[in-house]
Design a protein around this ligand. Structure first.
Ligand SMILES: [Zn+2]
Length: 275
């Protein structure tokens, strides 16, 4: 597959590979079985290669919100996809539940460092950081916070939102996943809802993607964005995430990929248009 081509295979009657590449027998078979197999999320309009215009004036602009428990989560889980969206000129918001204020050192507040790292990561990905104002390690899910988070998402008017997969060992990840879910319900399920994985084994568990995004071209920027979180042991955590993206690549037929689970009642996201 050439660097600019995107393979999009959805369902049996919806095989949308217009690249010059043959559709693999495996994917074709899966398509005929009616199975959702692989979608290049940022380019779902699918499309002959000449129509894929990764340029800033591509219309219409989409609003993408990638939520995460802590500074760094959206970057590690979805950084390659985020870079693909912003390369296409779409607007991406990284919405962090907290500012990373937890520390095991008494009296030390790491949040200024964590916020500066998040801003740097967002610059690399050309995204905009937003902080939901909760405290690291003390996430609250109650009616008042459901309402506050709903208002926050409502103000952004996203077409698609990415959230932590809720089976996760970190309470902050589970909390924001629930907050997103409730906002999605209150907003009439009108935005597409995708779940992502991060720090598998340590955090995300039992995750089996339904969709994949080829991040081969954007992986270097993802890595830079993750390493912007220099206080968070990037050698350890990026090493783990790189294993995951390689594995998702093996599954989907790319050198590197990010995997997602789309909610079964989610709109079939109308991805970046051709022009
Ligand atoms: Zn986290």
């Amino acid at each position: 597959m050439s660097p600019n081509s995107v393979r999009i295979i959805c369902r049996s009657s919806d095989i949308l590979d217009h690249t010059m590449n043959p559709i693999s027998r495996r994917n074709m078979l899966a398509g005929l079985m009616g199975t959702t197999v692989a979608v290049g999320l940022p380019l779902a309009a699918a499309t002959a290669e000449p129509q894929i215009k990764e340029r800033p004036d591509a219309k219409p602009k989409l609003k993408v919100v990638v939520t995460g428990g802590h500074p760094g989560d959206p970057e590690y889980g979805c950084g390659g996809t985020i870079a693909r969206y912003t390369d296409l000129g779409h607007e991406v918001v990284l919405l962090y539940l907290n500012r990373g204020d937890w520390s095991d050192k008494p009296g030390y507040d790491p949040s200024p460092v964590r916020v500066a790292e998040a801003k740097k990561a967002c610059e690399i990905l050309q995204a905009r950081p937003v902080f939901a104002g909760q405290l690291d390690g003390q996430a609250i899910v109650d009616p008042a916070h459901y309402e506050q988070f709903h208002r926050l998402l409502e103000a952004e008017q996203p077409q698609v939102v990415f959230a932590h997969w809720p089976i996760d060992n970190h309470a902050d990840h589970r909390a924001i996943s629930l907050l997103v879910y409730e906002a999605w319900l209150r907003m009439g399920k009108k935005f597409a809802l995708y779940y992502y994985e991060v720090s598998n084994g340590e955090d995300t568990l039992q995750f089996t993607p339904t969709h994949y995004v080829d991040i081969t071209r954007t992986e270097p920027r993802k890595k830079l964005a993750c390493y912007a979180h220099a206080s968070q042991a990037p050698d350890k955590y990026y090493g783990l995430q790189a294993m995951v993206t390689r594995m998702r690549g093996v599954e989907s037929g790319h050198p590197q990929a990010e995997g997602y689970i789309r909610h079964v009642q989610s709109p079939d996201f109308a991805l970046p248009m051709t022009s």
